[in-house]
Design a protein around this ligand. Structure first.
Ligand SMILES: *[C@@H]1O[C@H](CO)[C@@H](O)[C@H](O)[C@H]1NC(C)=O
Ligand SMILES: *[C@@H]1O[C@H](CO)[C@@H](O)[C@H](O)[C@H]1NC(C)=O
Length: 457
């Protein structure tokens, strides 16, 4: 029996037709899963990479119908797989120029990943950072256009690091401003990304740089007292290049001036209504929202501001920030302040994710009218103030109306950093920052010499 059945089996496989049939079945058994896997892989992987996610119809290239189809497809793709852009930087003494770069970078894709450069790398490349890593991270993390932060990013975008960006972080493009960024050996830091066609350029914001702001702080210190006395008339030209001659004359006349770069800005900040619109949410408070109000100078927007704004926002649904005018700030804090003018301060505050709206030039003293006009439910202020405890009396006077109405709350400031504190760091390290600025001066000059018009996002 056993022999017969095994013999029969052998005889089936021995017949040529049966062997062909068995091969067919085996072939099908293997190829069906393989084909299935291939289709799955193509749809998941290759199509994700090949299909356009940013399709834009250019007239004369493709028929309308196909173009519509592609555009629709691109939109669907983007929802499933957002375009991610990467931007790196030090973001030391963060200002609205940085914020504007981040805004433009974000507009090039759907998500912005920011690579924050470590303190050590900054020290090696530029000199001592003004703000430490934690402070810089607080600032960039609070920017409303930043979705993620990659810690300790390198200066150089080496092939290895780019590979990590493209695979692990799923980055589509690397973005940088139109100013050249050279490595110590003179090569372009973004050269490799450009070669891979994974680079996009954005326009640098005119009239502002960290170097310029550090310069402003250095200019307005004790040994420049005479300059600061005359600051009042010079406020308007302060960040401009227009009155260069006048400033230089002033420097020469000041015998105690220790030389070094006093005025490094060539371009000037030109506030436009469009810029404010770009930074603004443009969304009014929803009906029934609990509106919280906080006011101040918000000069040299720093981590202390971020933390108190976050806390203030948590007290309600909508945060309204009142910014004091330059004259008011000057009167209270001295002729050398504010370092940033009202427009500049407004943009920095608007770029913060916890802020919904600003009043550009708010009254120093809270009035009933202000509370009514904006339907303010709660007025808050931080326990740490720029001027210190000596002006408690003045604070009481400023907030007497909300106090009487029972809508005033003093919040314990999570951080004790102040603008004065930051100016102190720079003045304390004067030599180092003057050297840093002199170094930067050269590349700045070169940039402005070769500057061309670039359309802003
Ligand atoms: C900075 O650059 C300007 C030219 O743009 C030059 O006149 C000035 O002397 C430079 N200052 C220093 C300290 O290098
Ligand atoms: C004003 O704010 C209160 C919350 O404090 C809210 O109940 C009310 O609806 C708001 N008014 C308007 C017109 O939004």
């Amino acid at each position: 029996m056993t022999n017969a059945s095994s013999g029969g089996g052998r005889s089936i496989l021995n017949s040529p037709e049966a062997r062909t049939e068995a091969l067919w079945w085996a072939g099908i058994a293997v190829s069906v899963p393989v084909a299935g896997a291939a289709i799955w892989w193509l749809s998941e992987n290759t199509i994700n990479r090949l299909a356009p996610r940013e399709y834009q119809y250019r007239p004369g290239t493709i028929s309308e119908y196909i173009s519509d189809l592609l555009a629709k497809h691109a939109k669907r793709r983007r929802k499933r797989q957002p375009v991610r852009v990467y931007m790196d930087g030090c973001f030391d003494v963060m200002h609205y120029g940085h914020a504007n770069a981040l805004r433009q970078a974000r507009a090039l894709g759907d998500q912005l990943v920011l690579g924050l450069i470590s303190d050590d790398e900054i020290r090696r490349a530029k000199g001592p950072p003004v703000m430490n890593y934690k402070e810089r991270k607080t600032l960039v993390g609070a920017n409303k256009w930043v979705d993620e932060v990659i810690d300790d990013a390198p200066y150089e975008l080496s092939p290895e690091f780019l590979h990590v960006l493209f695979t692990k972080h799923k980055i589509d493009y690397v973005v940088h401003g139109d100013d050249p960024c050279l490595l110590p050996d003179g090569t372009d830091a973004y050269g490799y990304a450009k070669k891979l066609h994974r680079f996009k350029m954005i326009k640098r914001t005119e009239g502002v740089s960290s170097t310029d702001i550090v310069g402003r702080m250095l200019m307005c210190t004790r040994d420049n007292a005479r300059f600061c006395q005359e600051r009042r008339e010079l406020t308007k030209q302060f960040s401009s290049g227009e009155k260069r001659v006048a400033l230089d004359e002033l420097d020469n006349g000041d015998s105690s001036g220790g030389g070094g770069p006093r005025h490094t800005t060539i371009s000037r900040f030109m506030p436009t209504s469009r810029r404010i619109v770009q930074f603004s949410d443009g969304v009014p408070a929803p009906p029934g929202a609990r509106i919280v109000y906080i006011d101040g100078a918000f000069d040299l927007f720093h981590p202390g501001h971020v933390e108190i704004l976050k806390l203030a926002r948590e007290q309600g649904d909508f945060l309204l920030v009142g910014l004091h005018t330059d004259d008011d700030v000057m009167e209270r804090r001295g002729a050398h302040l504010p370092i940033m003018d009202l427009h500049e301060r407004s943009l920095s505050v608007l770029a913060c994710r916890y802020v919904n709206e600003v009043i550009i030039g708010a009254p120093m003293r809270m009035t009933e009218d202000l509370l009514t006009t904006f339907n303010i439910s709660l007025v808050v202020r931080g326990s740490v103030s720029e001027t210190g405890p000596q002006d408690e009396e003045e604070q009481r006077r400023r907030y007497s109306v909300p106090q009487q109405q029972g809508v005033m709350r003093v919040l314990k400031s999570p951080s004790d950093i102040t603008a004065a504190n930051i100016i102190h760091r720079i003045v304390h390290n004067r030599a180092a920052y003057e050297a840093r600025n002199a170094k930067k001066n050269k590349s700045e000059a070169a940039y402005y010499k070769g500057k061309q018009h670039i359309t802003e996002m």
